[in-house]
Design a protein around this ligand. Structure first.
Ligand code: NAD
Length: 257
């Protein structure tokens, strides 16, 4: 599978799943634009290292996904966008009646509205080329709920809805839109929570992972960023040209329960 000649923009991609997806797309030959809201030397270094590793063009463009204008500017600055991966996301956990309004607004902006703005900016470019792929990183929480994550779950269900509408508006034009719905993925952020959970629950690493963190994931195994990346590359392939407006769960069976 070669994505040579295609440019991919991956939002929120200086760590975790976004970086894993960016790596997989670079490995498949795509030029890649990495993004986050910071503008550190290490962000740009990450891009040049990734480019050197796979022999493709990789750039880092700072843009804050909580701002609609910056979302649209990211796509303009990329200069082209054949593959758009909406991945940037944040989380906050609190009961609805105590949920801080500023957190609600930030989660809806970064996890949901950013995908609307980047998609709106990218679709004209894709339509002109008669080819495009929109891959939205939603979540098992785009299909099912848990308590205390109201904003995240509302945003991720919204992303799934936006994905379906994008697919319908682009149907027959060579442009597909799909959402990947990961369960628990072992990112540095998740890895960092394990020692605290071990202390809180007085359990060893394996038990805390199996009984606490992966309580709802029947496989009792984390998904990996490589598996999410591989799924994104598949959705960009010719084999997936008629897969549109749907969700692909990578969740060890969570949503089958
Ligand atoms: P992460 O914190 O490692 O990655 C989030 C990325 O988004 C980072 O690159 C961060 O810099 C970026 N980001 C945050 N705010 C931003 C902003 N305002 N503007 C631009 N970029 C911003 O977390 P992750 O686990 O890799 O999560 C990536 C996506 O996957 C999120 O949408 C998350 O909801 C989703 N997801 C994660 C899991 C999991 O278990 N890790 C499961 C399901 C879905």
């Amino acid at each position: 599978m070669s994505l040579k000649g295609k440019t991919a923009v991956v939002t929120g991609s200086n760590s975790g799943i976004g970086l894993g997806v960016a790596r997989a797309l670079a490995g498949a030959g795509a030029s890649v634009v990495l993004n986050s809201f910071t503008d550190r030397d290490e962000d740009h270094q990450l891009a040049s290292d990734l480019g050197a590793e796979f022999g493709v063009d990789v750039r880092y463009i700072k843009a804050d996904m909580s701002s609609g204008d910056e979302c649209r500017a990211l796509i303009e600055k990329a200069g082209g966008c054949d593959i758009l991966v909406n991945n940037a996301g944040i989380q906050h956990v609190a009961p609805i009646d105590e949920f801080p309004v500023a957190k609600w607004d930030a989660i809806i902006a970064i996890n949901l509205s950013s995908a609307f703005h980047t998609t709106a900016a990218a679709l004209p470019m894709m339509r002109k080329n008669g080819w495009g792929r929109v891959v939205n990183v939603a979540s098992a929480h785009g299909l099912t709920a848990s308590p205390y994550k109201s904003a995240y779950i509302a945003a991720k269900h919204g992303v799934v809805g936006l994905t379906k509408t994008t697919a319908l508006e682009m149907a027959g034009l060579g442009i597909t839109a799909n959402a990947i719905c990961p369960g628990y993925v072992l990112t540095p952020l998740v890895e960092a929570q394990i020692p605290d959970q071990m202390k809180t629950h007085k359990m060893d690493r394996d038990t805390v992972v199996r009984e606490v963190m992966l309580a709802r994931q029947p496989s009792k195994q984390f998904a990996t960023v490589e598996q999410i990346g591989g799924t994104a590359v598949f959705l960009c392939s010719e084999a997936a040209a008629q897969i549109t407006g749907t969700t692909i769960s990578v969740d060890g069976g969570w949503t089958a329960l």
